[in-house]
Design a protein around this ligand. Sequence first.
Ligand SMILES: Cc1ncc(COP(=O)(O)O)c(C=O)c1O
Length: 442
Amino acid sequence: MSIKVTQIPGPKVEEIAREERELLATSTKCWDTPAGPVEAKGIYFRDKDGNVLMDWTNGMVVILGHNHPRWNESVIDQINKFVYFNGPDFVYDVQKEAAKILTQITPGNWKKKVFFCNSGTEANEAAMKLARISQKKNLIIGFLGAFHGRTQGSLSVTASKSVQRKGYTSYLNNSFSVPYPYCYRCWYNMTYPSCDLYCIRVIERYFQHNLPPDDVAAFIFEPVQGEGGYIVPPQESFKLLKSILDKYGILMIADEVQTGFGKSGYMFASSYFGVEPDIITIAKAISNGLPMGATVFRASLDFKEQGMHSNTFGGNPLSCRSLIEVYNIIQEESLLKRVVDMGNYFKQKLYELMENSRTIGDVRVLGMLIGIEFVKDRSTKEPAKEIRDFVVKRAYEKGLLLLSCGQSVIRITASYIITQQEIDEGIRIIKEAVEEAEKLFL
Ligand SMILES: Cc1ncc(COP(=O)(O)O)c(C=O)c1O
C-alpha cells in the first residue's frame, strides 16, 4: 500500500462518524480525523472511501503493524485450537508461557508473579491494590501530568488534564501528585542540570509536611509521560526517586503501559533509567492490538487469599498466544535495534524540522517514543494548541494519521517495522503542514 488521498474524510467515513456520534458514549474520538479503516497492511490502511493513509498512531502501538504474516498465522492457529477459557480460573500452557516471559524480561532479579487483565487501567488498579494490601498503607503518590487510566482507582493518580477528574474529585482520595521532571516547562522554573533534580529531591520535604511516609504504600510513575506530552526526564531522575523511596520503605510502581515492550529501545524504559521497580504495569503493545494488560510484581507482594482480586478474560488464550509471538518476533527480527536505529533517524529529521520552523519549541525522542511540542513563540513557550491541531488535521488531509497529547504536542507512536523511506514521507507531510500553519497563524 502507499498513500493515496482524494476527498478526506469522504462521504462514507463521514457517515460512520455521524452514526457513531449517535451510538457511542462521548469519549476521546478524533472527529476531525475519523480514519474509518476497512483494511490495513503494515502501517497503512484503506478507508471506506478508498483513501490510503500512513498511520503513525498505530494503536499506540501495534508493534508489528497490521497483517504481520507470522503473527497472523500464530493467532489463527490459536483460534483453531481454543479461543476462550477463563484464565484466572483455569490453567493452560499459553497463559503459563506468557507469564514466564514477563517474569523473565522485566527488570529485577527476584521471584515475580503476574496478574493478567484486559487494559492498562486495570493493570494499574491491580498494582495499587497489591501495594495497599501488602504494605497495609493507603496513600499512593504520583506525578502531575501523569496518565494512569480513567477507572476510579487509576483516576486518583491521573493528573494529566483536569477534565479527566472533573466531577469525580470527591470520589478520588488517598493519593497525591507532585511535579514531574518536565525540563522544557520546569514547574519550579529551574534549569537542568543546575537544578540538581530539585523536583525529585523536594519530595522528601512533602514527607515532612503533608505526606507521612509511614502512610505511603507506593509511588507510581510513567518513565516517559505519554498522554501528558511525551516527556522524557533526565536519565538519573528515577534512580534518585528510588533511593528516596527505599529510604522510607515505599514501593515503586512503573506504569509502562505506554513505554513497555521495546518502545524506548529497551524492553522496558525503566532499564534506560536504571531502576528496578517493585511492580511494573504493561498493556497496549504487548499483544499487538488484542486487548491485554499485565501487572508484574515481586512475588512477596501477592494477595494472601483466593478471590481478593480476579477477572474474567485476563490471560485469555488468544492474547497470551499473541504476546508470546510478539516477544519472539521482537527477538528474532532484532526489533529493539530497529527501534533505536529508526528512533535516531526520526530524531535527526525532526531536529532539522525544528531548526527550520518557528513554532516547534521542543522535540523529544527516546527510542520511538517521540513528541513534537508546538509553541506560539519560542522565547515565551506559550503552548500553540491551535497550530498543533491544524498540523494534525492537514497531515490527515495529506494522508498521514497522527495523534496529539499534552497541551500542544504531537506524539508519534509508529510500529517498529517503519522504514526510513516511510519516515521521510511522513516528515515531508508534517513539514508542509507546519509551513501552512505558520503562514496562517503567525
Ligand atoms: C501510561 C498509561 N497508563 C495507563 C493507561 C490506560 O490504559 P487503557 O486505556 O488501556 O486503560 C494509558 C492509556 O493511554 C497510559 O498511557
